[in-house]
Design a protein around this ligand. Structure first.
Ligand SMILES: [Mn+2]
Length: 357
């Protein structure tokens, strides 16, 4: 209750910008737009394993850069998953594992990256004097940029970028609208997750009026699964096991072999962990996926209100993310990783139950 009051106060205190409610002060959004305007060359980075919001926001900024006569490059550490290939400008995106940050003429822009590790290898070792712009919506963003335009309460980075563009008076073309709509729709689970705010809907309404086609975007992203991916999901579903008080925790796992046997790829796991939260009585879902080659497991966590937060579990394992959607990487083989995650969830749950009940 006290927490809710504090949150309401924070929102009430936030400025109303051109009739649009945003937690980022108008001055900061304009400063961000100025930084972009003043640079003649932008290098834009998607985050590792890019998702809809990462590609939507970077694609939108790439389009805005072209429209503003900038020299623009768009880089991604990982290849763009096939289902996003419909997005405008993706054919211009270059895949690159490492980058050397040594130019003072380029503005390096990171979108949807909570920290340097989510960005690209080489970012931490950037030369002094290089300028990094960090636009994001993760609560745990480390503020690694020269300028940080971060709204931890925004539905998506695409929403933050939409505010910046709107405040700066930049034209939102149909291509930009399509990118931004993809970002907000993907990050809110098609306007169904807890981050589905009135701001997210207002933004969506504006983007529809500017040419985004929700039916096309939905059919490209949600009605476009491969049969190989469906078979991978079947393996994961068969292995679901539950534990904890009232069996409220659910976990499953996928090995490298599962991907080989089904012919699926790592991006086929996207939204799989969310499906497990649809099981009656499950409040926290865990998906463990074996990393290529090494004895490493990637863990994805999703949680519902009224139980331990996904982010608390992820943080205890050295990861991070949003309160209800988070991830971590474990340097352990599968069996050990399952045990570590179960023990961590039990420990965090015991602490949570003591504090919140
Ligand atoms: Mn995001």
């Amino acid at each position: 209750m006290t927490k809710m009051k504090a949150k309401m106060k924070k929102s009430e205190a936030a400025g109303i910008c051109s009739g649009i409610n945003s937690r980022v002060p108008r001055e900061l959004m304009l400063e961000t737009a100025h930084m972009l305007e003043n640079a003649s060359s932008w290098v834009i980075f998607s985050h590792v394993n890019p998702d809809g919001d990462s590609l939507g926001s970077t694609g939108a900024l790439f389009g805005a850069g072209l429209a503003r006569g900038k020299r623009v490059r768009w880089l991604s550490v990982d290849p763009i998953p096939t289902k996003y290939l419909f997005l405008p400008h993706v054919e211009e995106c270059e895949t690159q594992k490492k980058y050397t940050f040594d130019s003072k003429d380029d503005l390096y822009v990171f979108l949807d990256s909570a920290n340097e590790e989510r960005g690209v290898e080489g970012l931490k070792e950037r030369s002094p004097g290089t300028v990094v712009l960090n636009i994001d919506h993760h609560e745990d963003n480390t503020g690694f940029g020269t300028l940080n335009c971060v709204d931890g309460e925004a539905s998506s980075t695409s929403e933050v970028l939409w505010h910046i563009m709107t405040e700066a008076g930049w034209a939102i073309t149909p291509a930009i609208a399509e990118c931004l709509y993809t970002g907000v729709a993907a990050d809110t689970g098609w306007f169904s997750f807890g981050n589905t705010t009135s701001g997210a809907h207002m933004m969506a309404a504006d983007l529809l009026s500017k040419g985004a086609d929700p039916v096309k975007i939905d059919s490209c992203l949600r009605h476009n699964r491969s049969v190989e991916g469906a078979r991978l999901w079947a393996l994961a579903f068969l292995r679901i096991f539950r534990w904890g008080e009232a069996s409220q925790f659910a976990m499953t796992w996928l090995s490298r072999r599962d991907f080989d046997v089904t012919g699926s790829v790592s991006s086929d796991t996207e939204t799989l962990v969310n499906q497990m939260l649809m099981i009656r009585g499950v409040s926290l879902a865990v998906l463990l996926t074996e990393d290529s080659g090494e004895e490493r497991m990637n863990a994805s966590f999703r949680s519902k209100a009224g139980s331990v937060a996904a982010a608390s579990v992820a943080r205890a394992l050295g990861g991070g993310g949003h309160p209800k959607a988070a991830g971590a990487c474990l340097a352990s083989p599968l069996g050990e990783a399952i045990r570590i995650v179960q023990e961590t969830v039990d420990k965090i749950y015991a602490e949570w139950a003591l504090a919140d009940r």
